[in-house]
Design a binder for this molecule. Structure first.
Ligand code: G6P
Length: 372
C-alpha cells in the first residue's frame, strides 16, 4: 500500500532514500568511546582472527559485488590475502579450505541456496564462516560460526539498494577490525577511517539531494538498447553493479568492464551514440589510475561514445570529455562505492519507470533465490 511505501511510488525509491539512515544504523554501537571497533558480537575470538591466513568471500548477485569491494578493503587495510567467489561456483570447484581459512558469506536475505550450500561446504572443510546478513535469525547466519548483521531494515524491492550499501559498511568494519586485532594498523589510523565512515550518511544524503539531473538523463535514454559501464579499482565492482541494476530493472543489455581492459575487447563495442557510464576514482587517491581513466574517457569519446561520467567534486580533469557529468562528494578512495553506487540505482530505477516496468517486482526475478 501507499502507506507502506512511506509516500513513495515504489519500495525501491523508499529504500534508496533510506540509505543514509541504514548506513548509520550499520555503524551504530560498533565504535567504542576509545574510537576503536567493538565487534565481539561477531563471536570470533581475537586469536581466531589472528590465525586466519586467507579469506574467501562468497555471495551471489548484488551481494557478490559488495564482496568484490570487500577484497580491496581487506587486502589494503588488514593485509590478509582475499579471494572473492560466486557461491554457485565455489563448492563445485573443490576450493582449498583449511582451519585457518575464514570464509565470509554475504547475503541480504540469509536464505540464498547457493550461498547456504557454500556455508555448509566450508564448515565441512573445517573453515570458519562469518555471515554478513540483513535478516535476523535467517538460515545462513544460523548455520554460520559468526555473524555481523547489517541492520538495513526490511528490504522489499527485489533489486537491492540499501542492503548493498550496508553490506559495504559491514565489510569495511570487518576489514578494519581484522587490521585492529592483528595490529596491522595503529589505533589512530583506525579511528581516522572510522571517523570518515561515520561521515558517510551525510555524504549519501548529499548525493540523494542532487539526483534530478540523473533522473532526466535516465528518461532521455529510455529508447537505448545497450549501456556500458566502466570502472577501475573499487569503481570496477560499482560498474558491475550499475550494469546489473539496469538488467534487473530496465531489461536492457548492460555490461560492466574494468576500464583497463577496454583495449582488450570492449572498445570494439564503442559506436556512435553508445551511452557509456564511467566511474572515476578520486584524483587524490592513486593519481595514476585516475589519469588513466581520464584517457579512457577521451578514447571512447573520440570513437563516438556518449560519456556519462561519475566523478568527485573538484575533479576538473574530466570536464572536457564528459557529455554528462554526475558529481559525487570527495571521500576516502575505498569508501567511494558508498556514494558512486547511488546515482546508478537512481538511474536504473528511473529508466525502468520511464519504460513502464514494475520497479519493485521485475519480471522473472525473485527477492531471494532459495533453489540452486
Ligand atoms: C537475488 C536478488 C538480488 C540479490 C541476490 C542475492 O538475485 O534479486 O537482489 O542480490 O538474490 O541475494 P542475497 O539475499 O543472498 O543477498
Amino acid at each position: 500500500s501507499a502507506a507502506e511505501k512511506g509516500g513513495y511510488d515504489h519500495f525501491m525509491l523508499k529504500e534508496i532514500a533510506e540509505q543514509p539512515r541504514a548506513v548509520a544504523d550499520t555503524l551504530l554501537g560498533r565504535i567504542g568511546s576509545d574510537g576503536l571497533l567493538t565487534l565481539d558480537e561477531m563471536r570470533l575470538s581475537d586469536q581466531e582472527l589472528r590465525d586466519v591466513s586467507k579469506i574467501i568471500v562468497v555471495a551471489c548477485g548484488t551481494s557478490y559485488h559488495a564482496g568484490l569491494i570487500a577484497k580491496y578493503a581487506i587486502e589494503h587495510w588488514a593485509r590478509v590475502p582475499c579471494e572473492v567467489e560466486l557461491a554457485s561456483e565455489f563448492r563445485y570447484r573443490d576450493p582449498i579450505l583449511n582451519r585457518d581459512t575464514l570464509v565470509i558469506v554475504i547475503s541480504q536475505s540469509g536464505e540464498t541456496m547457493d550461498t547456504l550450500m557454500a556455508v555448509r561446504h566450508a564448515r565441512e572443510q573445517r573453515s570458519r564462516v562469518l555471515a554478513i546478513c540483513n535478516v535476523n535469525g535467517s538460515t545462513i547466519p544460523r548455520e554460520s560460526d559468526a555473524v555481523l548483521y547489517t541492520h538495513a531494515g526490511p528490504e522489499i524491492a527485489v533489486a537491492s539498494t540499501k542492503a548493498f550499501l550496508t553490506q559495504l559498511v559491514a565489510c569495511y568494519l570487518v576489514a578494519l577490525y581484522i587490521a585492529q586485532v592483528r595490529g596491522v594498523k595503529f589505533g589512530d589510523e583506525i579511528t581516522q577511517i572510522l571517523d570518515r565512515l561515520a561521515g558517510m550518511p551525510a555524504k549519501v544524503e548529499e548525493v540523494l539531494a542532487t539526483m534530478e539531473p540523473v533522473r532526466a538523463l535516465a528518461r532521455s535514454l529510455a529508447d537505448e538498447r545497450c549501456v556500458l559501464f566502466l570502472g577501475r579499482h573499487v569503481g570496477f565492482p560499482v560498474a558491475l553493479e550499475g550494469a546489473l541494476k539496469l538488467k534487473e530493472l530496465a531489461y536492457m543489455h548492460a555490461e560492466g568492464f574494468a576500464a583497463g581492459e577496454l583495449k582488450h575487447g570492449p572498445i570494439a563495442l564503442i559506436d556512435r551514440g553508445l551511452p557509456v557510464v564511467v566511474v572515476v576514482p578520486s584524483p587524490s587517491g592513486q593519481r595514476v589510475i585516475h589519469d588513466k581513466i581520464v584517457s579512457n574517457i577521451q578514447e571512447i569519446r573520440a570513437r563516438g561514445a556518449r560519456t556519462i561520467v561519475i566523478a568527485e567534486e573538484g575533479d576538473t580533469a574530466v570536464e572536457p570529455y564528459a557529455d554528462t557529468l554526475i558529481r559525487v562528494p570527495a571521500v576516502e578512495t575505498l569508501l567511494q562505492p558508498l556514494v558512486a553506487a547511488v546515482p546508478l540505482q537512481v538511474f536504473a530505477c528511473e529508466l525502468a519507470t520511464a519504460k513502464g516496468h514494475d520497479v519493485d517486482q521485475p519480471r522473472n526475478l525473485a527477492k531471494s533465490v532459495t533453489v540452486e
